[in-house]
Write a protein that binds this ligand. Structure first.
Ligand SMILES: [Ca+2]
Ligand SMILES: [Ca+2]
Ligand SMILES: [Ca+2]
Length: 279
């Protein structure tokens, strides 16, 4: 009798073993890295692709989708599939590379003031005055700047007014803009405006909305905005930037640096905080 019981236990163990070796779990595909976006002609890296499975080793990855041509602008997507020996299919993964066209007129001239003067910029008058802006106010003092130089309106007095107009740019890339502003915060009288070139209409504007971020108005603060989320801003259309100072007292100056109107990936949040434009 004892032998019979032992045999039953052994047989059921074998049966349980058989059941647990049946492969019902699908493999898992992991992709890491890979360049997100480039300019036509740039190099890029494909992502690393790994497959893991509960039972099978060395599962092959099947690759399908687009053939990337970094010399032709476009959105390229590659798909990754895998199957274990039992026929379980992994969830499909994909990788997308966007190749952007770039022309020099997609960015403004001297947006970081690295010429050390106002090359590429035009001083304009407001009510016959333009004293808020002068090439001498492009300085190389210490600040939270980009490169060596930035424009510092505090080189003159609060009660000076005027405007500074950039070269025209054609909106391209992923549509993001980034810039650094310091000085006063007043969206009505002291701002960075974006104007449509065809009719000189103010489309959107930004103030130094977080002037205390680094402990005082004197420090430049980085901002970024997805212009394609703003009504009236479309890829391919031409715009220009105008820095306007109509403010007369109480931190009535503006500091500017690092204006970039062409990006292929979103500017990093560590340096540039996201802001919404105001109309
Ligand atoms: Ca499996
Ligand atoms: Ca600069
Ligand atoms: Ca002023």
């Amino acid at each position: 009798m004892k032998k019979f019981i032992l045999c039953l236990s052994f047989c059921s163990l074998v049966l349980m073993g058989c059941t647990s070796t049946k492969d019902e779990k699908k493999p898992v595909i992991l992709i890491t890295g890979g360049t997100e976006a480039i300019i036509v002609g740039d190099t890029y890296e494909l992502p690393s692709v790994f497959v893991t499975d509960d039972i099978d080793q060395d599962i092959k990855v099947n690759i399908s989708g687009d053939t990337i041509n970094p010399l032709v602008a476009g959105v390229y997507t590659i798909y990754y599939d895998a199957e274990d020996k039992a026929g379980n299919q992994a969830d499909q993964k994909s990788y997308t590379l966007t190749v952007y066209d770039y022309q020099t007129d997609m960015d403004i001239l001297n947006g970081s003031f690295e010429t050390g003067d106002l090359t590429g910029w035009q001083i304009e008058s407001i009510n016959g005055q333009s004293d808020a802006f002068h090439a001498d106010y492009v300085i190389d003092e210490s600040n939270r700047k980009d490169g060596t130089y930035f424009f510092d309106g505090s080189e003159t007095d609060d009660d000076k007014i005027g405007a500074l107009r950039s070269s025209t740019f054609r909106l391209g890339g992923n549509g993001w803009i980034s810039f650094r502003l310091g000085g006063g915060n007043d969206i009505e009288t002291l701002f960075l405006g974006i104007y449509r070139a065809s009719d000189d209409t103010l489309v959107t504007k930004f103030a130094n909305s977080n002037p205390q971020k680094y402990g005082g108005n004197e420090f430049l603060v980085g901002y970024k905005c997805d212009l394609l989320q703003i009504e009236g801003m479309v890829l391919g259309e031409s715009y220009y930037i105008k820095i306007v100072d109509q403010k007369l007292e109480n931190w009535a100056i503006i500091k500017i640096d690092d204006i970039k109107t062409f990006h292929v990936i979103e500017p990093i949040s560590l340096t540039y905080e996201t802001v919404q434009g105001q109309s």
